[in-house]
Design a protein around this ligand. Sequence first.
Ligand code: GLC
Length: 626
Amino acid sequence: MADDEHGAASDAEFHARAARWHGDLNRALHALYGERADFAAWQAKALQIALEAHRARPAALRALDRAREADPAWFLAPDRIGYSCYVDRFAGTLEGVSARIGYLQELGVTYLHLLPFLKMRPGCNDGGFAVSSYRAVEPSLGDMHDLAALAQRLRAGGISLCADLLCNHTADDHEWALRAKAGDAHYRDYYLTFADEAQTKAFEAHLGQVFAVTAPGNFTFSPELQAWVWTTFYPYQWDLNFANPAVLLEMAAAMLNLANHGVEVFRLDSAPFLWKRLGGDCQNEPQAHAIIQALRALAAIAVPAVALKAEAIVPAAQLVDYLGIGPSAGKECHLAYNTNLMTLQWAALARGNAELLAEGLMAMPRPPPNTGWLSYVRCHDDIGWGVLRGGPEGKARDWEALRGFLSKFYAGETENSFASGAAFQVTNAQAVHGTSGSLASLCGLERALLAGDAGEMDLAVRRILLMAAVSFAFGGVALINMGDELGQLNDLTFAQGPRYDGDGRWLHRGAMDWGQAALRTALGSIPGRVFRGFQALARARATLPLGRAPDLVETGPASVLRMHHRQSGAHFLLLANFSPREVPVALPAGVWRDVLQDKDGLSGELPLEGYGARWLLRAGIVNKTG
Ligand code: GLC
């Protein structure tokens, strides 16, 4: 707590921010609750929560607030390399993560996403995505003090901590749910409950299914409530009722409290699902955006060092909306997962052709100023093929056939497939959902090692580094999924694991193999080659003139992706060959430097090996950075 003198000064700072964000906060709250007679009271309560959080904010974080206000694009610096992991799988506990900061720094990581670590439902909990308390750490991982200490150590080491904000649902044993079950009407109104099953059927007629195999349907009967509860995901994950303003304010208060423990980035879990409407698919509703905009405004007022990241696994056409559009451009999330880049990269790799990837990236709207994408090739979830639908105008395609092909290819079921993945939540051949598998296994390393085929191993490593080189070259935050930096394979024992619960995504959520990590300096080893490849990309990226997104993406020849960034006179060009064959590539005019291989004087035509990637800078414009 600040003393009185600083308190007064800092309240003035708060009020100045509140005045700056007043219009945005008001617009968002009004869109949600403007019709209510008690609207003004809720508005005042929202500001009171923000003020209390601001007053409780530690001095070091307030200093960070000021620094970030002066540098609003801080999270888009080219050295923003992210890493995502489960605390237990990576290092046992939060304290264990502290002890591994050196490893992360060696890799070049400046952003660490720890998957859910808050108190979770015992037994089945969807990998911690069924949260029992927003204000306590899962006891086996540590406590709130450990969280603050870890965040502080990470910050001192140049790493920003990202945590999930489970905003769409709580576990069915969260205090709110328990009180609702005990008959408390106030808390029952925190959830979406229906006494009459016919009502759920009316909604269900328009809804999709997330876990069609392990959790079909979107409603679960609660014997305690004698009602159906909305459960988009697992039956024990109860969707929250944001039509009740108390829920939004609880969520804001939970977020601000975690921010005051040092969380710098919030991953807004399942963001598209926050608002339900009869007759719609209950995703991407305007009110879902208003909820996020309200959270953003409150964060900007109370804890402006914090950034929000949308987890919106939606088609490209709906994606940029999460960065804000119209009067809210740049005032919703700072970041969103680039699902378009990710899925189209995998499509390019399977097809040996980069044209659809180039086209899809060119069709993406540019992110508003001070916002950007989080690029990734793998995360803890399946690769959701569902986002591949629709496309550039006039280019009618058989997206269903493409999704079906990709699902089969990455399950290793097509001719010439090199992948060892598994289809996820597939109910029938027509309803393709996603693919599970680690980066290395999907790129062919698992099969190559089984066959003891050195040539195939080499190709697999090249594919891994190709996928990373493309993703890292996009701009924004580049995210590594734990173990991918070592070429870690699928966990074939996943079905025996304590957290499995019938969910196939555990195939690629094995424990960190620290034995493999120890080999990272062994030059001839596969972990060594992959780790050094990632490390070189991270180091070189920090020196690149990357914009928020590329200026131009094209192909030439068809297997080669050409991604251009032009920034303050500098020209960066990525060349990535998605085919196994070497192809000649014509360089644009000028003399180029290969920043990864440290070679100068390139011009004219370049032979690009199968699955090769080059990062080129036009020489003479940007100084050699080494
Ligand atoms: C998000 C998470 C996923 C989880 C789901 C439900 O999509 O990434 O792992 O199952 O939300 O919380």
